[in-house]
Design a protein around this ligand. Sequence first.
Ligand code: KDG
Ligand code: MG
Length: 402
Amino acid sequence: MRITEARVIVCSPGRNFVTLKIVTDEGLYGVGDATLNGREMAVAAYLQEHVVPLLIGRGSDRIEHTWQYLFKGSYWGAGPVTMSAIAAVDMALWDLKGKRLGVPVHQLLGGRSRDKVLVYGHANGRDNAETIAAAERYRDLGYRAIRLQAGVPGLEHAYGVGRGDLFYEPAETGSPPEHVWSTETYLDHVPRLFAEAREALGWDVHLLHDAHHRLTPTEAGWLGHRLEDYRLFWLEDPVNDLLQDGFRHLRRHTRTPIAVGEVFNSVFQLHQLVTEQLVDYLRTTVLRTGGITPLMKIAHLAEPYQVRLGSHGATDLSPITMAAALQVDLAVHNFGIQEYMRHSDATAEVFSSSYAFDDGYLVPGAEPGLGADIDEAAAARFPYERAYLPVARSVDGTVTSW
Ligand code: KDG
Ligand code: MG
């Protein structure tokens, strides 16, 4: 099959998404997600200007070769814009190959290692009581693993506390919102949240927490140690992802499992964390790291070190990424858990998907390819709106990690 057309579709059904649709001379098409939250148009332009011209006339079958051509051919290595663009191509080519052969993509990755994919949902609230009440609702829906994020007394905003009940969407149109952050106040508060949560929810549910890159290694070690009593499934992004030495320090100070990697763009940002067994779960996604092709290699690298996948699955990754992630989650042996935030009804008007939630697990449909699609006419009803992630400042005004 030859690629005859590649369309970049930017839409905003509740939030912005960038989608690539690759069409072939046999009439089949494949879809890929290229969304980079808050910087969407950079990837759209990268695809339109620099990648689409290279795709027209190429055979669609040589996925590895095309991946290397786009990655090595760009010379500049891995960055979020480049890798999100390459990921969209890679997803679309796997989608096409599956459709052409009449099988879901996990069959091409070695077949199922499991029948269903354990997911975690997001419970959040303005205070501990609201968060725990939200967690109870998730448990009633069948979730077996729940991330807890709560408002911190004295801080107007806290990471992970959303505007709605089952949805969390941090990006806002207009100028970036600014949030004030105090590490001391947060560190005092989080152990109390988990003490109260275990008291109310018991021990039959996995609990997770995201510190969102904000702590120093010493602060993170202290928090991880304090949380050991509440047996977390993981503590996510306790320190800045890009500082590998921080994890070595952290590992010496806590037995709480560590998850990292939603901002990683390549294996080079994580191989040391894996081979030194400094982390337990990799949050690296199909989308951010350049597609299914490199994520499979990362999974295989991690397997002998007993590091498992726990892919990022926030709502800024479209249902196409979620469908692609599920294909990998089903196939690799060292899968741990998949983040699952429900998309809004507006998003579901534009994107269809065949995966379904059942009793704490996501079960992918059996259709050929990835199992997700975009309705371009519906997408046209939701034009792009510039939006930004929040910016955080310490109490004295210093810009800090959000
Ligand atoms: O766009 C940023 C979000 O994807 C990120 O803040 C979500 O940390 C996140 C998570 O764990 O889902
Ligand atoms: Mg996170």
